[in-house]
Write a new protein. Structure first.
Lengths: 228, 228, 228, 228
DNA sequence: AATGAATGAGGCTTCATTCAT
DNA sequence: CATGAATGAAGCCTCATTCAT
């Protein structure tokens, strides 16, 4: 005992250090030496535990994606109508990104690499993640509250926006002073983006409210005249 | 003759090759040797023209960002009401990304690096780019067609979504077959995303249409009853 | 066992190989590859131990200068009147140069480079080295055996001559045959130079011996006549 | 016309620039590009004029050594007794070094390289240079004013000291402040060294003045007793 | 003669990975 | 398990030199 715990702790420390390092500088930019130092283990020790840089990266991906999928499922399971669920999704993702700043970076870098290092097992996590959005939309269309829309578009509109907003933080911060002259606030918190998305996408995807009868009648009449 | 032309061509060839390489594998992943080979010049020749890897990268960024700013400005200048202008913005960006597949990748990678290699001159281009969105929104609020919204949020909702959709292409393609079982189409063209954004963000940002008089009257009456 | 010994040995071997290489061709002429080969280690191994070419050079300088200072102090500590001490100094230096042929070369090359790579720590060794000569001269002036003279001039007359004589060896050797026609022996051993310096500088710096009484009397008388 | 002048001027400018560069950083440290820039010609133009780096270096050496030989011969030809001639030699050399600061550096660096790049023609200049010292000494022994001594030792004692003093200037300057605490003046001008050498070597090489007769008699008597 | 543009060879350094203890 | 010490394979960059104009 202790031993196994210790072993688990060491592995965890390594994975966390690696996540930070990979998120900071990407796969090719990350140095095994730096990860080992950050994790407080010897370089050779790291190899003993994880095999090699590639396997380490895959383990990091798997761990993170599982966390993402779990968090999103949980957030959506809280209930609420489909519109609210989309908002919950965005807010949950923003929460994740705030807690794990390396997460959006790794997601972006991994996508940019074309999934070069994506382990097969991670695909299963993807499936879980996409399913969440798809189910919300299906529910919304079924109950008439949402217009039909491609789930991938909706999903990436939410997640993509949050990723890029997180990613751009250092740049926005650097540009913030100069941007104030333009009347732009570049340093708003990520949570604000989630709220914005919840509101704007919610409205944008909402089905038209049924017009009041007199209006509808007037509208139809007009249309008749035009046709004539 | 052709001397000056040739020289310009060489630099251009180098910058294009570099853009592709940097977009493919990022700054640290890119190999100067590969860029030179791709550009059809000797490695030393490349150094003769561009100084070093870092300067090369900066030149690439500057060139691309200038292209982006120019294209967006042009697209929006075509006129149209603010809602249409946002759509034009999204479609212009999508067009750029389709023509220059390395562009969204470089943008993402550069953001991920915290702008580590961003030349000061590139900030000026950023200013132009953000200004476009800000002006559309200001116009929309002024003429009453749009709700007020943070320009940065809107801008990144459009651009971020397009970036991540582009970025995720290889991964979506790889996952496409498996996703069909889930009822998901992962391989829709980027233009579809632009249309989706134009539609959804347009609706989401539109100000409420004034209700028809009878409805409004009915609504007010109801409110009176509730107050009582 | 032997680990620590071996490790120490490796560093020592590297420093010795580097000293020879730097002495042979100077800093810019020395190739890290050659030093590593000569030391029997891998190039990367050399970097593991010493960091980089510059640090390697500094370590070499420090080691050599410490040896010089130690040897000179020891030689002079043997006692003897100031005139003998200067001779001992010259002979000790000549002995060092004979044992470490790269030493005069490195000293010359380092001076020629303006001390570009001189580590701050080496200045402390310089202080020790110069102090030796200064103390001898001070002692000689105090006991009346030596004329006052600038310590730096004396020091560099001894050391500079020995350095240049050592440095010029290959050239003298090459020129030796042709020079015999001129009645010049260019291939005399360095020890001869030390003896020559001991003798000549000894005489040159000696205070006038008190003339014998009759001579002095005669001299004074003459002076009187001249004054008159 | 003009053309040939111009050509001559260009070559001269190149040789001067090269002398400074080689003196500053040695053969391997010197960059053809830097020499060309300093001489105000194109790199390819430099090659057109001088062939290659090695030939350029040889031309520089030849030019400098011829200047040295000429100056020394001239200085000594001014006449004066052998002791004064040695002083004149030292002062002439010091004058040369003051006017051409790269000269002592190049001499040292060339010696350090074992004459690797020394052109055969330069040997003839060496012969002239050494001959000067040899002749003075021979004259001094012949007229009884100087003790016999190896010409090479004397020559290098003078020249070597001046070379090393010149060479060490930057280092002495850097160390000067710290050395003042030790009672050392490290920043005395080179001319002082020449004077010191003239004085000290003059005394050191002077033949013994004949002792006054009574003293000599006493001395001989003492020696007899010791023998007994 | 002069110049901008190459280019091959080689040098310094880094880094993922392994080995011996 | 842990660690200091290797090592081969690159990667970035420089530089002497040449070529075409």
């Amino acid at each position: 005992m202790g031993d196994i715990e210790e072993a688990a702790t060491v592995l965890t420390r390594i994975l966390e250090a690696a996540a930070e390092e990979f998120g900071r500088v990407g796969f090719s930019g990350a140095k095994v030496e730096a990860i080992a130092r950050r994790a407080g283990v010897n370089k050779a020790g790291l190899y003993y535990h994880v095999g090699n840089k590639e396997k380490l990266y895959e383990a990091v991906l798997l761990r993170l994606f599982a966390q993402v999928a779990g968090t999103l499922e949980e957030a959506v399971a809280q209930g609420g109508d489909p519109g609210q669920a989309l908002g919950a999704l965005a807010r949950a993702m923003a929460g994740l990104f705030a807690r794990l700043p390396m997460l959006p970076r790794i997601m972006a870098l991994e996508m940019a690499s074309g999934g070069a290092h994506m382990p097969a097992a991670a695909l299963a996590e993807f499936r879980r993640i996409f399913t969440v959005t798809r189910d919300i939309l299906a529910r919304g269309v079924a109950d008439g509250s949402l217009r039909p829309a491609e789930p991938v578009f909706v999903h990436l509109a939410l997640v993509g926006t949050l990723i890029v907003y997180s990613l751009s933080e250092p740049l926005r911060r650097r540009f913030a002073d100069a941007a104030r002259d333009l009347g732009l606030s570049l340093d708003l918190p990520l949570a604000g983006v989630a709220d914005f998305l919840a509101e704007t996408m919610g409205r944008g995807l909402a089905s038209e409210p049924p017009a009041c009868p007199p209006c509808a009648a007037a509208f139809l009449e007009e249309a008749d005249h035009e046709d004539a």
